[in-house]
Design a protein around this ligand. Structure first.
Ligand SMILES: *Cc1c(COP(=O)(O)O)cnc(C)c1O
Length: 568
């Protein structure tokens, strides 16, 4: 490989949403990683990314008539979409040398600048049959399998970069804690450089200026922990130096990947203002800043709005703040562009479920990972109220989508409850659940509905990005005031808020309170406006683009990482 001594930022993420045909992502974290990389390419940032190949992907979701989810592996052909590089990386797992092939996917920005994404692959003839499966399943297997994957990502990732000639990495950005073990490899590099046998406290200090950590969730399941015995069993090459490196990040002989990243990073952030505060409470010992997430406009704007922006805001792709000019686009044009996107979604609903939606009816969307705190079924809290509300103020049809993690029984129950409620409501409020939510479906949903719903249990929604994707397509949100919506909601201007996030009430009452607010907003404000004052509704759509689209994008976000974390 040619030596690559130019200074780069190395971005590590267990999942990255690169392309609808490449199943290397599970949800919002991966989509954010993909959008970050696409904007970095547009901005010509010297960034390279590292992840795993995930030959079997996350999974394909099948739903039976009662909403029981079954999972099937995804199959795809990496050789058709990626280029294999002529160098390898490797790690030692349980005293076995595991060789890692390196595949490259190139993300090309607006001016042609390329961000290479390096995907590590243990499916190599000389590895054992078991080792060859280690880069197959995203978030699959048991803790042992997951830890092997994290050694490959963190340790194997640093070595892959060195093998590719990246000698001058300015920052290692850990996008969530799955890649925290890269800090161990950096410590060992320093020890080798210094010619000392083990890792010392001073060496630990010396890697901190190199590392940046972004934490993405207050939910406990999002913070990986591994018993120290398992670490010793798996990461054999670090041997006795283990205790020195990691003892500060262990509690009850358990290594917490979040603490490993927190303790070794010079800059740490949450992903929205409110989440930064929540994370600061959780990890009081560390200084935690916030950089609010965004979305990549070119990836998520529907074709009909692309045409409109190209006509009226020609520079929008390379100057996202220009979306503020949407206030100067005529309401008729916005409405027409939206109807195109809505018809595209309605065709998808018919093709996928056989249900015919009426283009004249207010269509609401809810799509995200199906997991308990996202509360997909909050909307059905009081079905009789739903029926009277729509009888009084106008009809409503709703599209749901979302996968539950294979081991998330609570998430799977939620899907079954949505199915049961949907069947009970029948034609009174038409509800469909589209299977296999993915990047392609997300684009159709966020642009094709009239209203985007999000009802997480506060304060557990760190950011949420699907509402941002809706905003750039002129779709306002009706959402709980948590995550990004805490910043993005200007009541009655960019959308509507649910709940009073400052009030201390118990979870059961909160559920009822949030559901009643949701119904009130729909019955009193949203449905009447949509059916009787469409002009005012389109004004809100325009504000969603101009006020939120111009800010909640990854161009602004990446620029903040550059000034706060990468080049400071
Ligand atoms: C944007 C996106 C998400 C994240 O949506 P949230 O609102 O953050 O939950 C998840 N999955 C897919 C496929 C997406 O496109």
């Amino acid at each position: 490989m040619r030596p690559n001594s130019e200074e780069v930022i190395a971005y590590f993420s267990m999942e990255i949403g690169l392309d609808p045909a490449i199943p290397t992502y599970a949800g919002g974290l991966g989509m954010l990683a993909g959008d970050t990389i696409r904007s970095a390419a547009d901005l010509e940032i010297p960034l390279v990314a590292v992840s795993l190949i995930h030959r079997r992907g996350y999974f394909r979701q099948r739903l039976d008539a009662r909403g029981n989810q079954t999972e099937e592996p995804v199959t795809w052909q990496p050789e058709e979409l990626l280029r294999e590089l002529p160098v390898v990386s490797g790690v030692e797992l349980e005293h076995r040398a595991v060789t890692l092939r390196i595949w490259c996917y190139e993300v090309r920005g607006l001016s042609g600048h390329v961000v290479p994404v390096y995907l590590l692959d243990s499916n190599v003839a000389q590895n054992s049959d078991w080792d060859r499966t280690l880069t197959d399943y995203l978030y699959g297997g048991d803790p042992h399998y997951r830890l092997c994957q994290e050694v490959i990502l963190g340790v194997g990732g640093v070595r892959a970069l060195r093998a590719l000639g990246y000698t001058n990495v300015r920052r290692f950005h850990m996008n969530e804690g799955h890649s925290s073990l890269l800090t161990l490899e950096l410590m060992h590099e320093k020890a080798r450089e210094a010619g000392v046998p083990g890792v010392t406290r001073e060496l630990v200090q010396s890697i901190r200026p190199l590392c940046v950590f972004t934490t993405h969730t207050p939910v406990a399941a999002g913070h990986d922990q591994f018993p120290i015995e398992l670490m010793r069993q798996v990461a054999t090459e670090y041997g006795d130096s283990f205790d020195d490196c990691v003892q500060d990040f262990c509690l009850d002989r358990t290594l917490n990947m979040t603490y490993l990243a927190l303790g070794n990073s010079h800059y740490i952030n949450g992903v929205a203002k409110r989440h930064g505060e929540v994370a600061q409470h959780m990890f009081g010992h560390y200084k935690i800043d916030s950089i609010t997430n965004g979305v990549h406009l070119g990836t998520w704007v529907a074709p009909s709005f692309v045409r409109l922006y190209d006509r009226d805001i020609p520079d929008w792709r390379k100057d996202n703040a220009g979306l503020r000019y949407a206030l100067g686009i005529s309401k008729v044009d916005i409405w027409r562009a939206h109807q195109d996107a809505k018809l595209e979604l309605i065709r998808e609903v018919a093709a996928s479920t056989g249900v015919n939606f009426d283009p004249g009816i207010l269509t609401m969307g809810f799509a995200r990972r199906a997991t308990a705190y996202k509360r997909a079924d909050l909307f059905f809290f009081n079905p009789s109220r739903l029926i009277t509300m729509t009888a009084n103020s106008g009809p409503l049809q709703v599209v749901f989508a979302g996968k539950a993690h294979p081991r998330d029984e609570g998430g799977k129950d939620t899907i079954r409850r949505v199915f049961a409620q949907k069947d009970a409501l029948g034609d009174k409020v038409k509800v469909v659940y589209l299977p296999d939510y993915d990047m392609r479906l997300a684009r159709l949903l966020v642009s094709g509905v009239d209203l985007w719903l999000n009802t997480p249990q506060p304060p557990l929604e760190a950011s949420g990005t699907s509402g941002m994707k809706a905003a750039i397509n002129g779709v306002p949100s009706l959402s709980v005031l948590d995550g990004w919506w805490h910043e993005g909601c200007i009541e009655g201007v960019t959308g509507w808020g649910i709940g009073n996030s400052s009030k201390e009430i118990n979870a059961v009452d909160e559920w009822a309170h949030d559901a009643e607010t949701l119904y009130d907003k729909l019955e009193v404000l949203i449905l009447p406006m949509f059916y009787r004052e469409a002009d005012r509704y389109v004004e809100i759509m325009r504000h969603a683009i101009a006020l939120n689209g111009s800010f909640f994008n990854t161009e602004r976000m990446v620029n903040q990482y550059v000034t706060k974390a990468y080049f400071r």
